[in-house]
Ligand binder design. Structure first.
Ligand code: ATP
Ligand code: MG
Length: 680
């Protein structure tokens, strides 16, 4: 059993738990970050296989497809090592996410449960579109006071389904600003369900809902449960009520069931996950399930762990205990204060490249953030400096439609011969489609001054007054100074935003951010060149993951970084208003979830951790007009008492704002001590 030698005693106990004849009793492994939970789970599965368990009768589930693939690979590696022969991961036929497995179960049993087995599955985007159609059909989109957007409607619906709460409960607790639409929403959701059934469609939530409903029938539950001997789940703290009902339905006596998780890392309550699932797991069975805890962290160095522990120790309630590690290091995590987000981006990229110089590949480094839109500034800096990156948990800033639109306006005004830009811009005008746009561009091509020619052309047949506005805007732009030009372009685009996009407010904020970023460039030309965008045509919509042996940096939301680890981790915007994301308006449960998020982010780091604290922070939430910057403060989760766990750095760019290099300071002075000294 050499393959178990590397495990510590408790991990090994968890791996071998319940060995012997018959199925093992239920087991909960609950422990902090990086204590080897996932690793232990992989060993447990491998150990079952080595002991002769049938891989087709093992169900292995976790929170994402990526994590499931990684887990199966680990199992494969360990089993192969133990058996000394190849062991194909495909043999583990039932590894995936709850939703993925649900889809298979429903299809396999469709006829028995009255579903048409040909059903198709709608992803979130499809679902929102269908919700929108029904909304239009019922005339709700034309209401005088604004009816909730399709995204909000779907979120309300999804919450009610996944949390098993009534509509009025959900509205009261999560969406109070939509409460006066309760009757309409009820009709909308009724219509939505009917539409799905008429089209033989299941949405994402249905995969769980229908599965859970089938499991209510004891006969069926036993029938489906008999498919597997062993059911093992990772990241159990982030499951919702439907998922726990499914699980308990599959294995009512808990035999063969192993769940793994960390209550301190539950970060999906906003999507109806409940930490009660993991905390109440033992008592769901008689006798109660066994609990194994792990407290040795193998991932992070001692100083990183100390900083992360300090953050989570302030949490209101917590089951798993603080961790310890034997990984000594003299390098404390860095807490870097910077003037603004532009400096933060610059400094992080400097550090990332410096790390690479010392042999740390880009793939061993990650930049994490609370919200996808927070990485805009960084993405621009990475693009400018030619550092390849892959982003998880959101669209790349520069790939988003509205950013591309605005850039296309600038490019077209600058170079009216740029067909790609022109094609995009012309179609922003209502009534102008691809054919009309193409014709206009053809007509412009022979002219020496295409913009002037544009004004003399007959407008496309169905383009209304907006055509004239476009022409004025373009010629105004051509003449405008920098960076006033981008403000003008934005002003022209602004009304179109509302027409083209549902979530215009968020996108508007992105564009303001782009304007801010642009302000840091000496000229429009430099700005556009530095961004070196792929031609924004239809075919290059998806950037795609670079080739395997390419080196690229990882950008990820904290939510999508769960379960992973990197040698160096950088966290953007560790300021109040970002982590926690609400400036003190959230409920205390929400604030606690934000604290755990920061804990998850920090515990991803193995060797090096850097937290950025920009003093001026750009708010993406809508604020009426006015300044969208706030003067930020260090996140409240890192209290003054914790500062000694960090190397606190105040970073300044080596170049002054007028482009002169910053002269070295004559000599270190400590003005604070000096000022205090006056009175002591
Ligand atoms: P998270 O809470 O973030 O999901 P986890 O508890 O699942 O973390 P793992 O990802 O399984 O932790 O392990 C963290 C790191 O520690 C991995 O690099 C893993 O290989 C290593 N590790 C785990 N157990 C041991 C061990 N007994 N000896 C050496 N390394 C170990
Ligand atoms: Mg894990």
């Amino acid at each position: 059993m050499a393959y178990l030698d590397k495990l510590n005693d408790r991990q090994r106990q968890a791996v071998e738990f319940g060995a012997g004849p018959g199925l093992p009793p239920p087991l909960l492994i609950i422990a902090g970050a990086g204590s080897g939970k996932t690793n232990t789970l992989a060993h447990r599965v491998a150990h079952l296989l080595v002991g002769g368990a049938d891989p087709r009768r093992i169900l292995l589930m976790t929170f994402s497809r990526r994590a499931a693939t990684e887990l199966t690979r680990r199992v494969e590696r360990i089993t192969t090592e133990a058996l000394g022969s190849g062991y194909a991961a495909e043999a583990l036929a039932w590894a995936g996410t709850f939703h993925g497995i649900g889809a298979r179960i429903l299809r396999e049993h469709a006829l028995e449960i009255g579903l048409n087995p040909e059903f198709s599955i709608h992803d979130r985007e499809d679902s929102a579109d269908l919700m929108n159609l029904v909304r239009h059909g019922l005339g709700f989109s034309k209401t005088e006071s604004r009816f909730p957007s399709k995204g909000t409607c779907l979120a309300i619906y999804s919450r009610a389904v996944n949390a098993e709460e009534s509509l009025s409960q959900v509205l009261r607790n999560q969406f109070p600003w939509c409460a006066n639409w309760e009757a309409e929403l009820k009709r909308l959701f009724g219509g939505y369900v009917e539409a799905k059934q008429a089209q033989n469609v299941l949405d994402y939530d249905d995969l769980l809902l229908a599965w859970a409903q089938v499991m209510e029938h004891p006969g069926f539950a036993a029938h489906i449960g008999a498919t597997w001997d062993h059911v093992l789940i990772d990241e159990y703290q982030d499951t919702n009520r439907l998922q726990s009902r499914i699980l308990l339905g599959l294995k009512p006596d808990g035999r063969g069931l192993t769940v793994v998780g960390d209550d301190a890392q539950s970060i999906y309550a906003f999507r109806a996950a409940t930490v009660r699932n993991i905390l109440d797991f033992p008592s769901a069975f008689t006798p109660p399930a066994d609990v194994i805890t792990l407290d040795r962290n193998y991932r992070s160095t001692q100083p990183i762990l100390a900083a992360a522990n300090a953050v989570i120790e302030e949490a209101r309630e917590r089951f798993s205990k603080s961790l310890w590690t034997e990984r000594e290091s003299s390098e404390k995590p860095r807490l870097v204060t910077l003037l603004n987000e532009a400096d933060q981006a610059r400094h992080f990229v400097d550090q990332i490249l410096a790390n690479r110089e010392t042999g740390m590949r880009l793939t061993q480094q990650a930049v994490l953030f609370r919200t996808s839109s927070h990485s805009g500034q960084l993405e621009v800096e990475l693009t400018r400096r030619n550092v390849p990156f892959v982003k998880f948990g959101g669209l790349k800033f520069l790939d988003s439609a509205h950013v591309k639109d605005l850039l296309a306006v600038l490019r077209f005004a600058q170079n009216p011969r740029d067909r790609v830009a022109g094609f995009r811009v012309l179609q922003l005008v209502p009534g102008v489609g691809p054919t009309a746009a193409g014709k206009v561009l053809d007509a412009l091509a022979p002219h020496i001054h295409p913009l002037e020619a544009l004004a003399t052309l007959n407008p496309p047949a169905r383009a209304g007054t907006a055509w004239k506005d476009l022409i004025e805007a373009l010629s105004g732009l051509h003449a405008a100074d920098w960076p006033a030009g981008i403000a003008r372009a934005r002003a022209w685009y602004d009304p179109h935003l509302d027409r083209i996009h549902e979530d215009a407010e968020t996108r508007r904020a992105d564009l303001l951010q782009l304007e801010q970023i642009a302000g840091g460039y000496p000229s429009q030309e430099r700005f556009l060149t530095d961004l070196t965008l792929d031609p924004p045509d239809a075919t290059s919509g998806q950037a795609g993951v670079p080739l395997k042996d390419d080196d690229y940096l990882i950008l990820s939301t904290i939510h999508s970084a769960k379960g992973q680890e990197w040698r160096a981790v950088f966290v953007l915007n560790v300021v109040d208003g970002c982590i926690p994301s609400d400036l003190g308006t959230g409920s205390s449960a929400e604030i606690e979830e934000e604290r755990r998020l920061l804990y998850v982010a920090m515990t991803r780091a193995k060797d090096q951790l850097t937290l950025g604290v920009p003093l001026r922070f750009y708010v993406t939430q809508q604020t009426r007009n006015g300044d969208r910057h706030i003067h930020a403060m260090r996140s409240r989760f890192i209290s003054r008492d914790m500062l000694d766990r960090y190397e606190v750095i105040h970073w300044q760019p080596p170049i002054l704002s007028d482009g002169r290099p910053r002269p070295p300071a004559p000599q270190a002075i400590d003005i604070s001590t000096k000022m205090r000294g006056m009175w002591s």
